[in-house]
Write a protein that binds this ligand. Structure first.
Ligand code: TEU
Ligand code: CA
Length: 539
């Protein structure tokens, strides 16, 4: 299908901004970001130029995994405000032409959800909403350790692919399907535009047989992207989503482009697009705790593979589970601004829908944690407990945690240089990065050469570019660590050149005029070499 025939659904030209509500803006000084806080910043988001906000979970939750453990799918957590606040957010956003998408977490609930509580109390109906078994299998959890927990006072175990406070739902049970349809309609009726579907390709377990032993996630082959999962997605599309013309992006773990294509469905009868992880694994050895030195070539290879093989992708370099991209793929010490601009240009030039994670637009860096006691992320704390059993020096273990913890992305949004970073007047739930004194929105808004100004320019540029929004993708030759490609639409072609190295490189062979430059270059002819992290778009 060529670009001329591609449907022009809103989500193809949209720029989606992810909000991690706990860390975005605290309106009442309790140290936790909230919905009224998001409303206060809608004008900021409008000025940035984004079209849609994805909210990480704001539902009732005991917060073992910051809302990814839901205890009531139809209630707003009081930390975040009220249902009236939520309705107000949808309205105020819509008045500004901004859509809202919700996080749909349906692989598991919280153990404090009424269903699970009833199940524990012995209610047969609700036991069948989950996986209760007298014998556990050998499966491993995403957060380390085993995927089964014993039921207190019974010879019985339940399955949890994530924390033990996140029991997996039994998608073989038609009642579970009905409950979820009902939840989805509840939010769609409120006017949300769709869902980001949490770990959606693991929801359906083919069997509970033992898995092949692996260093992590033993059992994977029994639940990854199963036929049953495809069936459920097609049914949800037909029976719920299509009725609202609702949008979905799936968070799909361990998929390659071929599996991604199946999840998007031949004619998009399952999900509209998916988040792949291959580019996020380019600096890891098998599991993220084992670091592999970052080499731009590996990132380029993963991005190129998806660009070539998928007609559409959900493009991102950051989210609430990943370290900050400047700290990871750039140089936060010596070239923070240059590398943040380069990453912006890259993310917004690829084929697909770009996602920006809060703080990415001002080049926020990884957290500056000094002690494990400053870490709140359940994944890191579980892994820390496991690592403690091995003879690893304390310093090494702490460095492993600090480098990989999801809290790197969750430190409060840096609005200004004040003690609470303009995020809160109280005590923040997670340590604010000390660099908020110079890295913050207020400073960026005054800096016409800053990261934020570049984001605005790049967003505006993409919005008027047929080639970037709908063009084909074709990689062109360049030196190692330089990513260069053409995006070609009818009557328009641009060349994107990205030096992902922290040193000079040769400019590939191109002609034309500079449309966007991270170094304020004016004439292509004047460029002798690409500077560290320099990126360009040439028309
Ligand atoms: O993430 C799923 C997931 O794959 C991650 O937990 C991943 O294993 C880890 O973050 C890599 O470091 C989703 C949510 O995005 C995450 O925040 C939740 O904790 C998780 O599902 C469970 O709901
Ligand atoms: Ca608050």
């Amino acid at each position: 299908m060529g670009e001329m025939h591609m449907n022009r659904e809103w989500w193809r030209t949209a720029i989606i901004y992810q909000i991690y509500p706990r860390s975005f803006n605290d309106s009442n000084g309790d140290g936790i970001g909230d919905i009224p806080g998001i409303i206060e910043k809608l004008d900021y988001l409008k000025r940035l130029g984004v079209d849609c906000l994805w909210l990480s979970p704001v539902y009732a939750s005991p917060n073992c995994d910051n809302g990814y453990d839901i205890s009531d799918y139809k209630a707003i957590h009081p930390d975040f405000g009220t249902m009236d606040d939520f309705d107000m957010l949808v309205k105020e956003a819509s008045d500004r032409g901004i859509k809202i998408i919700m996080d749909l977490v349906i692989n598991h609930t919280s153990d404090e959800h009424e269903w699970f509580q009833k199940a524990l109390a012995g209610d047969k109906k609700y036991r069948d909403y989950y996986y209760f078994r007298e014998k556990k299998n050998n499966w491993g959890s995403f957060f380390g350790g085993k995927a089964w927990e014993k039921v207190h006072g019974e010879e019985m175990y339940y399955l949890h692919l994530f924390d033990k406070k996140q029991p997996d739902l039994n998608w073989h049970n038609p009642e579970v399907y009905k409950e979820v349809c009902d939840i989805m309609c509840f939010w769609l009726d409120k006017g949300v535009a769709g869902f980001r579907c949490d770990v959606i390709n693991v929801i359906y377990k083919n069997s509970l047989e033992n898995g092949k032993r692996r260093i992590a996630l033993t059992g994977l082959e029994h639940y990854l992207s199963t036929e049953g999962c495809h069936d459920i997605l097609r049914r949800l599309q037909k029976e719920v989503l299509s009725k609202y013309n609702a949008f979905t992006v799936g968070e799909t773990v361990f998929v390659d482009p071929d599996q991604a294509k199946l999840l998007m469905g031949e004619s998009r009868k399952e999900l509209n697009m998916v988040f792949g992880f291959e580019h996020m694994e380019c600096d890891q050895r098998g599991i993220k705790w084992f670091k592999r030195a970052y080499a731009p070539e590996r990132l380029i290879k993963a991005l190129d593979k998806w660009q070539v093989n998928c007609e559409w992708t959900a493009n991102y370099l950051e989210n609430h589970d990943q370290p900050r991209s400047v700290s990871r793929f750039g140089d936060e010490e010596n070239c923070r601004v240059e590398s943040a601009k380069m990453l912006c240009l890259l993310n917004l030039s690829l084929r697909g829908t770009p996602y920006i994670y809060e703080g990415e637009e001002i080049g926020m860096t990884n957290g500056d944690f000094e002690k494990i006691s400053q870490i709140m992320d359940v994944e890191s704390l579980n892994i820390n407990n496991i690592l403690r059993r091995f003879p690893i020096p304390k310093g090494t273990r702490e460095r492993m945690i600090f480098r990989t913890t999801r809290d790197n992305a969750r430190t409060p949004m840096q609005w200004d240089e004040s003690v609470g970073a303009g995020f809160t007047t109280g005590t923040p739930w997670l340590r604010i990065n000390g660099n908020h004194e110079w890295i913050n929105v207020k400073a960026e808004e005054k800096d016409e050469n800053g990261v934020l100004a570049f984001y605005k320019a790049m967003i505006a540029y993409r919005k008027q570019s047929e080639a970037l929004q709908f063009g084909d993708y074709e990689r062109i030759e360049a030196e190692k660590g330089v990513y260069a490609f053409k995006r070609k639409a009818e009557g328009q072609e641009v060349t994107v050149i990205v030096n992902m190295n922290g040193y000079d490189r040769k400019l590939p062979d191109v002609a034309g005029k500079i449309a966007i430059s991270t170094y304020n270059r004016e004439k292509l002819e004047e460029i002798k070499t690409l500077k560290p992290y320099e990126a360009l778009i040439i028309e």
